[in-house]
Design a binder for this molecule. Structure first.
Ligand code: AMP
Length: 277
């Protein structure tokens, strides 16, 4: 496996499977890398697996969050190698956004503005995400890219963007990897105090409680009850149409989605919601 920092060095590694990340990789990320390895094998012809590690400044609306984002390239590279990557692409901000050039944000898909979801507390976040992901697609030129269901709204935004701009590119979704107690793995979990780490289990417990309720309203109430019992500050706890992220539609796939703050840490999670069906 090689580590490269410039697009020029990617020469022979185009046309493969890309796993875009911001580093600080955990077992959830590495599951995506293993899935990329399997996808590359399925496609045949020795397709390469490329993991990008880039903490994208344009998607952070809180400079403190950007400053303290964990950066662990040595450990990340070792993990990527174990999981079967061929190359780690770890560019500098100037490599991704060369000074003096403009990188317009692609038109944002409607699902980016799903009311009361990520955009409400992180305005501009998806503009930065679409900008960097499209830029990575341009530099790496993959045939397929893998994204985690953990960031459900992001997955739907990228699927919609790629459908418009890169119809030949396959976007592959990968299920959320969880700690044994159900907490979704996240690079931000390391910032939880021991007490908040314990309370954080309520996100998954809330999603599990929602599963047992037959109407969206009851499911949302169940999530709120579990989170509030732990004194957790809820940003949203909702059931939405899984694709449009608007209100759930009878007979269409639905998703329960939650975002909450524990101390200085913001956590998100989601799960399929089936209601009566
Ligand atoms: P990030 O580095 O947080 O931007 O995440 C990079 C990719 O890994 C995104 O596609 C995330 O959705 C995915 N990811 C992060 N955490 C998990 C997890 N626990 N399970 C599955 N995928 C994940």
């Amino acid at each position: 496996m090689r580590i490269v920092t410039t697009a020029r060095e990617l020469g022979d590694f185009r046309g493969g499977v890309l796993v875009p990340t911001m580093g600080a990789l955990h077992a959830g990320h590495l599951a995506l890398v293993s899935a990329a390895r399997a996808e590359a094998a399925r496609r045949g012809g020795g397709k390469p697996v490329v993991v990008s590690v880039f903490v994208n400044p344009t998607q952070f609306n809180d400079p403190k969050d950007l400053d303290r984002y964990p950066r662990t390239l040595d450990a990340d590279s070792a993990g990527c190698e174990r999981a079967g990557a061929d190359i780690v692409f770890a560019p500098s901000p100037d490599e991704v956004y060369p000074p003096g050039q403009l990188f317009p944000t692609p038109a944002l898909p409607a699902v980016a503005a799903g009311p009361g979801l990520e955009d409400a507390s992180r305005p501009g976040h998806f503009a930065g995400v679409c900008q960097v992901v499209e830029r990575l697609f341009e530099l790496v030129r993959p045939a397929a890219a893998i994204f985690g269901e953990k960031d459900w709204q992001q997955l739907k935004v990228i699927e919609a963007m790629a459908r418009d701009l890169r119809p030949d590119l396959s976007i592959i979704a990968h299920p959320t990897a969880r700690e044994p107690d159900g907490l979704a793995m996240s690079s931000r979990n390391v910032f939880l105090t021991p007490a908040d780490r314990s309370r954080a289990r309520a996100l998954w417990r809330g999603l599990a409680a929602a599963r047992d309720r037959s109407t969206p309203m009851a499911a949302e109430a169940a999530m709120r009850e579990v989170l509030e019992r732990e004194g957790i500050a809820i940003e949203y706890a909702v059931v939405r149409d899984a694709w449009t992220l608007l209100g759930p539609v009878e007979g269409c796939a639905s998703r329960a989605l939650v975002a909450a703050r524990l101390g200085t840490v913001r956590l998100i999670d989601n799960a399929e919601w089936r209601g009566d069906r």
